[in-house]
Design a protein around this ligand. Structure first.
Ligand code: SF4
Length: 257
């Protein structure tokens, strides 16, 4: 048995070939240069919530870039609003990034853990996203609940996906709709989606884990999110286009030939 994270199993569920590239071949992709990178924005918002600081969120975001353009500055304006709303509307937690660790089995981090007045706990998983229906199908907080109760003996009373809003309007090429986007964002609020614990979701997670650990084939599974896959060019060119990969991974591939 190996120690797995939720994202590892979720990647294998999404596309076994992507799982192979990421977790078996360990091919690393270059850092994104996109000012609106969901990874950079998500990390910055998490940092802001944890430190109760808009400045900390901005510093986290800026640390990904060597120079800032007008587009970056606009993302910072959005980030200020998102983080402000998150700080104001999400209850303060005793612990952030609570580590769940079971040797040879599982590792995960609860974004926000809050002790209730009746000595039970509330689990919160923060998402800088508007994709409520997509995340509602996720096993993630069910797994957190299962492991938290198993490891600590404490009871989880409530668990939530907490959605920090993102604008739905995209920035146009001339950057002329910035005001409209900021206005939309200012009118949005943090959304709390309560999740009722379902042990069947945990059973499904373990069933998938067992299948993943036995897997010998890792076929491509094209899907509607392929265009955002970090290995999109590598995959669709059958390994010919390696422009997404870091130098160290190029060497790794050459040595394996
Ligand atoms: S581009 Fe699509 S099919 Fe190819 S590895 Fe990524 S997710 Fe899988």
């Amino acid at each position: 048995m190996s120690r797995v994270s939720y994202s590892k199993i979720s990647t294998w569920n999404e596309c076994p070939f992507k799982y192979r590239l990421q977790y078996i071949e360990k091919l690393e992709v270059k850092d994104s240069t996109d000012p609106a990178s969901p990874l950079y924005i998500g990390t910055a918002v998490h940092t802001g919530i944890e430190k109760h600081s808009i400045e900390a969120a901005i510093e986290s975001y800026k640390s990904n870039f060597t120079e800032l353009t007008e587009e970056h500055e606009f993302e910072i304006e959005k980030l200020k609003i998102m983080t402000q709303k998150a700080i104001e509307q999400i209850p303060e937690c005793e612990t952030y990034e609570y580590k769940l660790d079971v040797q040879d089995e599982y590792v995960g981090y609860i974004d926000g853990l809050k002790k209730n007045e009746d000595d039970t706990y509330t689990i919160m998983d923060f998402k800088a996203s508007n994709n409520v229906s997509g995340y509602k199908k996720s096993q993630q907080v069910h797994i957190y609940t299962y492991y938290f109760e198993r490891l600590t003996g404490n009871k989880v009373r409530d668990s939530y996906y907490v959605f920090i809003p993102k604008p739905t309007i995209k920035l146009n090429e001339s950057l002329s709709n910035k005001k409209e986007i900021l206005e939309e964002l200012s009118n949005m609020n943090v959304h709390f989606e309560k999740v009722e614990y379902d042990p069947n979701q945990v059973n499904y997670f373990f069933a998938r884990k067992t299948l993943m650990e036995k897997a010998k084939d890792f076929p491509k599974r094209p899907n509607r999110f392929c265009r955002w896959c970090p290995y999109y060019l590598f995959c669709t060119s059958n390994g010919v286009d390696r422009s997404e990969l870091k130098e160290s991974s190029l060497h790794k591939l050459e040595n394996n030939l």
